[in-house]
Design a protein around this ligand. Structure first.
Ligand SMILES: Cc1cc2nc3c(=O)[nH]c(=O)nc-3n(C[C@H](O)[C@H](O)[C@H](O)COP(=O)(O)O)c2cc1C
Length: 219
């Protein structure tokens, strides 16, 4: 049985997971604090955060034990660091494919388009599994300078017509130790559009320069 697991703050990874879901006719399981992995083949889709694996995904990958694993990381055209190499070390099971997918950046609110055709070899690999080794790629030096601090200082979330429905709290993947990770899942999940965010002009300028556009497949 194939299972799809996804963590997505602003919808880019979810669009990819939904595509796999429609092609394979299996539902998407949202990764949250208590998600229990299941299935022989696991497809895990998540974003790159500060050239790292988001904390809730890291916790999930440590629990993952599947015969075959496909790892898909969406990234905002800055740098993906060595996220898939690190994810491969956390899981138990054979990693049979890894993909870095360039998408829009969470903080720029673009559309969630991606190149569907690029995934066709991944479906072939799922049908005929073979272990792959994902190499250790270099991290971008600039993207590595206090990235967490930069997003906390430059991205402000504001509340307007909040009715205290609590949905944002329920879907927040951060816990007391990590604090807000600026995934903006609260903003995208608010049914009343009560949350908005602003990005500092400096960060916006940095993010609109595309440093890396590569779709990378490890098969
Ligand atoms: C806190 C945070 C950190 C990010 N760090 C990076 C990064 O280091 N490199 C990059 O290319 N994109 C980065 N991004 C952009 C996301 O990886 C990209 O937009 C991704 O597709 C978001 O997926 P989602 O919509 O499923 O949450 C970051 C986004 C956020 C919110």
């Amino acid at each position: 049985m194939t299972s799809i697991f996804c963590f997505s703050g602003s919808g880019h990874s979810l669009a990819i997971a939904d595509y796999f879901s429609s092609m394979l006719s299996v539902p998407v399981n949202t990764i949250c604090r208590d998600t229990i992995p299941h299935g022989d083949t696991a497809i895990v889709v998540f974003p790159v955060y500060c050239q790292n694996i988001p904390a809730p995904v890291k916790a999930f990958l440590k629990k993952l034990n599947a015969a075959n694993i496909v790892l898909i990381a969406s990234y905002g055209r800055i740098s993906y660091g060595r996220v898939l190499f690190e994810a491969q070390k956390l899981v138990r099971g054979n990693v049979i494919a890894g993909v870095y997918v360039p998408t829009g950046h969470t903080f720029l609110q673009g559309n969630t388009d991606f190149d569907e055709a690029a995934f066709l070899p991944v479906f072939e690999r799922i049908k005929a599994p073979r272990t792959v080794s994902i190499p250790k790629t270099p991290k971008s030096l600039y993207a590595n300078i206090f990235p967490g601090w930069r997003s906390r200082a430059s991205v402000k979330i504001t509340k307007s017509s909040c009715v205290n429905c609590g949905i944002c709290r329920e879907c927040c993947p951060a816990n007391d130790t990590t604090g807000c990770i600026r995934c903006l899942r609260c903003v995208s999940s608010c049914p009343h559009n009560a949350l908005t965010f602003t990005v500092s002009p400096f960060l916006k300028k940095y993010l609109t320069t595309h440093y890396c556009d590569d779709l990378v497949l490890y098969l």
